[in-house]
Design a protein around this ligand. Sequence first.
Ligand code: RB5
Length: 147
Amino acid sequence: MIALGADHGGYRLKEAIKAYLQEQGMEYQDFGTNSEDSVDYAPIAAKVAHFVADGHAEKAFLCCGTGIGISIAANKIKGIRAAVVTNEFCAEMTRRHNDANILCMGGRVIDEETAVKLAKIFLETPFDGGRHSVRIGHIQDIEEGRL
Ligand code: RB5
């Protein structure tokens, strides 16, 4: 299960990713927004991030104008590792090294074609584990107040 969410600035990217998921026959849940009318991004980020953190979706995509605001909001939820990416290298590395569970992108930064390319990489790239698991453990230590 893949979750999707966007504000008005990321709406077009979300729709493009959704079309790709449909094409692939993948199961998804779309948390809106459903138009380019102005909406606030944090409540949408919270819904999607909780859905992932609660184990209902394995991964998610969140899009706003830059990808930044919606990622900051999502990263407030324990267990979420939301990464803003703009290129293929970062989309791959945030899976391999950060085990990112939410990919964030900006509709005012990249086009739909690029967003789908990055989404595909994010979905297909595994976590490398090893020394990177130790580093993810440190992030969990921060969440738990041990660091
Ligand atoms: C909305 O205008 C814009 O601020 C939002 O989409 C996002 O870019 C925030 O980080």
